[in-house]
Design a protein around this ligand. Structure first.
Ligand SMILES: Cc1ncc(COP(=O)(O)O)c(C=O)c1O
Length: 398
């Protein structure tokens, strides 16, 4: 029996896996990370997460809610008290009021993206995505049935820029969504207000959704918060903003995030959440409530830690003659080019094998990411100093 990605050759006629899913390309970061499974000497800077565990004040809230019996199915779009707290948090952060009727709690940012894409995209639609970018958004649009069109940011002297004419030229009458991740993973690119305004006007004129992935919005180093579509969009605009507890509250494993959207999507989200997780576990939501209402000091600490990490990594990379890099203004990644490197996957594997420093190959973020390497600097000074010493030796030698 021969197995193809869609199932064994003798599977009866229609007993097949959907081609979109069967043919999905495995994430390349995992291919490097698998080399280091169970390796105690590895310095893992490949994934997009920090190295501090969730603080006790957040864990305690989950535990208390659990033992108090908050273990039942719950509100589909999130506990009213969490949605109100998120509304207050965003109203304080942005230039406009964001009402709780526009907030939906999801089982992670990723779940929010998939849920919103399932609500909006279908076969025949295209989704225009600005890259290089974290690959999951593209995969989610494809799983939802849409065609993906990538528009490449341009790097000039290591600084990333979006050409708006190229973005608009890639849209046509089948474009239903523009997906933008700013502050960006892996580039650290941050879109400024003027560009957001132009994209919003384009979306209004042509009736195209904007999905703005803002999960790194608090990880900015020269200001308090990144420019957001929530600063400029009206409540009824076709704009969905994705947020998450993962990065800024050290909660990657909890899988809690939220969407901000026009209230007329509530029915669609109620249905889709009912058919996926039914509700985010209430005890996790109670912990998220404590994180957002009492965790501002944590957000600041994480940002400070990342700023220090950025400085350690940048001083080594900027000094090295074989490396081209610019200092990211936001998010927690160094994204750099290495002279003479042709294949980022092979390079990342070789680096790990020789030094135990784990990084992500740029190709994992789309074809325009080839030739680049991503290194996550949300790590301890000790780890980063050690990693940069080893990386420098490797660069000198190869
Ligand atoms: C740009 C971007 N968006 C969304 C996410 C999803 O975060 P989560 O699903 O952990 O909330 C990530 C995680 O790496 C990310 O980098």
């Amino acid at each position: 029996m021969v197995n193809s990605a869609r199932g064994p050759a003798n599977a009866p006629g229609r007993a097949r896996i959907r081609s979109r899913v069967a043919e999905a390309t495995p994430q390349l970061i995992g291919e490097v990370a698998r080399l280091g499974l169970g390796d105690a000497d590895a310095i893992p800077l490949w994934y997009g997460e920090g190295d501090i565990p969730t603080p006790h004040f957040i864990c305690d809230a989950a535990h208390q809610a659990m033992v108090a019996g908050e273990t039942f199915y719950s509100h589909k779009r999130g506990l009213p008290e969490l949605r109100s707290a998120l509304s207050e948090y965003m109203t304080n952060l942005y230039d406009r009021d964001v009402g709780p009727e526009r907030v939906t709690v999801t089982a992670s940012g990723m779940h929010g993206i998939l849920t919103a894409m399932q609500a909006i995209l279908q076969a025949g639609d295209n989704c225009v995505i600005v890259g290089p970018v974290w690959p999951n958004a593209q995969a989610a649009a494809e799983v939802a049935g849409a065609e993906v069109r990538l528009v490449a940011l341009q790097a000039e002297n290591g600084v990333w820029n979006l050409d708006l004419d190229a973005l608009f030229a890639s849209c046509d009458q089948n474009t239903r969504m523009i997906f933008i991740n700013s502050p960006g993973n892996p580039t650290g690119w941050m879109m400024e207000r003027e560009q957001q305004q132009e994209i919003l006007e384009f979306s209004r004129k042509h009736g195209i959704w904007i999905m703005s992935d803002e999960v790194y919005t608090r990880l900015v180093y020269e200001r308090q918060v990144a420019p957001s579509f929530l600063d400029i969009a009206e409540p009824e605009d076709a704009v969905i903003v994705v947020n998450s507890f993962s990065k800024s509250w050290a909660m990657t494993g909890w899988r809690v995030g939220w969407l901000t959207h026009p209230a007329w999507l509530n029915h669609a989200f109620n249905e889709l959440i009912e058919y996926s997780v039914s509700s985010v576990p209430p005890f996790l939501q109670k912990a998220a409530l404590v994180a957002v209402t009492e965790g501002e000091h944590l957000v600041q600490e994480i940002r400070e830690r990342c700023r220090q990490g950025r400085d350690i990594v940048m001083s080594a990379l900027l000094e090295h003659p074989k490396v081209a890099v610019s200092k990211p203004q936001a998010a927690f990644y160094a994204f750099f080019q290495v002279q003479g490197m042709n294949d980022s996957l092979d390079w990342a594997k070789q680096l790990f094998q020789e030094t135990k420093v784990g990084v992500a190959p740029g190709r994992a973020f789309g074809p325009e990411g080839e030739g680049w390497i991503r290194l996550c600097f949300a790590s301890s000074k000790e780890n980063l100093n050690k990693a940069m010493q080893r990386l420098t030796v490797f660069l000198d030698r190869n």
